[in-house]
Design a protein around this ligand. Structure first.
Ligand code: HEM
Length: 288
């Protein structure tokens, strides 16, 4: 090993608290997710501002507590980073999971991730398993299928099922004139879902949904989704930014808890079947 490589090797070892990835040195925060204070929030996964934000290497465990359980570990780690502008917090989650999946269909699931925070801060946090009866949690959930829709994947059969052959389909023409019979027919396509308030299907303007839970089996949509997000495929998997308001009572300088979850669609993971973390200390920079 020539002198140069030896030097680089020792540099990497010496800077253990500063992880090397791809030659760039990044601060690692093994004990907590450190929320860096910044006037501008990085809202996309490839915003260069993330380079200076400490990485928390979160360990994930199978959800093997409540049926349907995940019996074998899949995505065992994710890298979490966070930035706040004092009102909102942006989380960047990066994880390796191949093959990626951004489709759903019969027995086909899309990849997803989620951030969970206590709905209210207190001396101790609610049960990390999606909260408890009197102490709910707030969850913001990102789906790769929604990201594909937001990134412009047409909501058509041929886009969703590339191998499907359709000779004529009333709901099919991508360029639907507003008010045209086809457009009205397309609208009807989601009418049942819309009538039931189900926002899981159809056109959407953001790849995330805000949810509330008071224990496993109680998950429900929040009154409205205020969070935003943006996800990008990486060579090894996904990098996703979720931006949401700082939880009630969490101000710069405060401490709280955060938990994460990841679903690998190609492994049949959906709903309860996922990899998840326990509570991780969340330390918000700034304050008096
Ligand atoms: C051991 C801990 C956990 C258990 C036992 C558990 C259990 C469950 C169960 C039973 C469901 C089915 C739906 C329902 O609740 O109504 C579910 C869905 C869900 N859970 Fe959890 N969960 C755990 C941890 C987490 C964590 C830490 C997060 C977020 C970071 C999370 C986010 C979600 C989401 C977003 C769904 C809906 C997914 C979908 O629609 O496909 N869970 N979980």
């Amino acid at each position: 090993m020539d002198r140069f490589r030896t030097g680089a090797f020792f540099l990497c070892v010496a800077g253990a608290a500063l992880a090397c990835s791809g030659g760039t040195r990044r601060a690692v925060s093994p004990a907590e997710v450190r929320v860096v204070k910044s006037a501008k929030l990085p809202v996309t996964p490839d915003d260069p501002a993330w380079a200076g934000v400490p990485v928390h290497p979160a360990q994930l465990l199978p959800q093997d507590v409540v049926e349907p359980r995940l019996l074998a570990p899949t995505t065992t780690a994710l890298e979490a980073q966070a930035v706040t502008d004092g009102t909102q917090v942006a989380f960047r989650l990066t994880w390796s999971a191949l093959p990626r999946s951004d489709r759903t269909g019969p027995a086909v699931f899309g990849d997803a991730c989620a951030v969970q925070l206590p709905a209210a801060t207190g001396l101790d946090a609610p049960n990390p398993m999606m909260g408890e009866a009197t102490r709910p949690v707030e969850i913001t959930y990102w789906r790769a299928t929604w990201q594909a829709t937001v990134d412009g994947r047409p909501d058509t059969l041929t886009a969703l099922y590339p191998n499907a052959k359709v000779d004529h389909y009333p709901f099919e023409s991508a360029s639907l004139m507003p008010g045209s019979p086809e457009q009205l027919a397309m609208a009807k396509r989601y009418a049942p879902a819309r009538a039931m308030g189900n926002t899981m299907a159809g056109p959407r303007d953001r790849p995330v949904q805000d949810l509330v839970a008071s224990g496993p089996g109680t998950l429900r949509p929040a009154d409205r989704t205020v969070s935003t997000g943006a996800g990008k495929a990486t060579e090894a998997g996904w990098s996703v930014v979720i931006v949401r308001p700082l939880p009630k009572g969490v101000k710069p300088g405060a401490r709280s808890q955060v938990a994460f979850a990841v679903w690998q669609g190609s492994k049949g993971e959906a709903g309860a079947r996922k990899m998840r973390s326990g509570w991780i200390p969340l330390a918000v920079e700034g304050g008096p």
